[in-house]
Design a protein around this ligand. Structure first.
Ligand SMILES: [Zn+2]
Ligand SMILES: [Zn+2]
Length: 273
């Protein structure tokens, strides 16, 4: 069985420290033996939404697929959504260039959640805004996949914000289902977020990494139980070594019993637009 890694960055993302080519990322991913192809999803930022890189990537990807005589690489974009009205920064021209769109908030002031003196009212305000951002951005725009659900809040709080997250999740899941938006099962939690938690509940002694694993699995399970929601696997690779790193997402999907028919493959995303 092989799977699609829909979430790979290359040198066109400023957060990639050592740039590498699309071809190199594909070769690394295919070496793993369980990857059928990759999607290149460099950032389109909310505040400086430069999108020229999509034109260059489109040409590189088309040439590569022609050479391989099979579509192994798709072009996506990781669009930052950051406004409660659902403002969307991917231009119509860019929307016509890409095969699919992945999106999620990246720039909320989540570090402020760990500041001294934060109270329930301020938490409620933060999460209220987050809910509006996600619901409006996803219901009004052409998004195919919600990336790393609640990454910013989980990386800083582990399970600390569970009550807020699970209060808003049902409404978001309804949007995902109605708009046919898949949920990403992301490798970044298990790979990169095992020691980032800064806020702990009193008397809560569970290791942060265990909290991260538990809450992400609970989110995936809620989406599965909601019914009719698809899932997709993302390495969120920012280094060549991590391209195609979707073994953990595939294992999680297997353990949760997500049916194969609800896991997106390269052909599903190519056909979506
Ligand atoms: Zn991201
Ligand atoms: Zn990413």
């Amino acid at each position: 069985m092989s799977f699609f890694d829909h979430h790979v960055h290359t040198g066109y993302s400023r957060c990639v420290k050592t740039p590498y080519a699309i071809k190199a990322a594909l070769e690394r991913a295919l070496q793993r033996g369980y990857v059928e192809g990759i999607g290149i999803t460099n950032h389109v930022h909310f505040n400086s939404p430069e999108q020229e890189h999509l034109v260059k990537s489109r040409a590189e990807i088309d040439a590569l697929n022609r050479k391989l005589k099979a579509p192994r690489v798709l072009l996506g974009a990781e669009v930052d959504v950051d406004h409660p009205t659902g403002k969307f920064v991917l231009t119509k021209i860019s929307q016509g260039l890409v095969d699919y769109v992945i999106a999620g908030p990246h720039n909320l002031p989540h570090q402020s959640l760990a500041m001294d003196g934060m109270d329930k009212e301020e938490f409620a305000e933060y999460f209220g805004t987050l809910e509006e951002i996600i619901v409006n951005s996803f219901s009004k725009n052409p998004v195919d996949i919600w990336v790393h659900p609640f990454l910013q809040e989980i990386e800083i709080g582990g399970e600390f914000f569970s009550e807020y997250i699970f209060a808003m999740l049902p409404r978001i899941l309804t949007v995902l289902k109605e708009c046919d938006i898949a949920m990403e099962i992301s490798a970044t939690f298990h790979r990169d977020k095992m020691d980032t938690v800064k806020i702990f509940k009193q008397g809560q002694h569970d290791e942060p990494w265990l909290q991260v694993i538990r809450i992400t699995n609970k989110i995936y399970k809620a989406a599965l139980d909601h019914g009719g929601i698809n899932f997709s696997f993302g390495s969120d690779a920012h280094e060549l070594e991590d391209a195609g790193d979707i073994g953990m997402p595939a294992a999680i999907a297997g353990l949760l019993g997500i049916p194969g028919s609800h896991i997106l493959h390269i052909t599903d995303l190519k056909l979506s637009r």
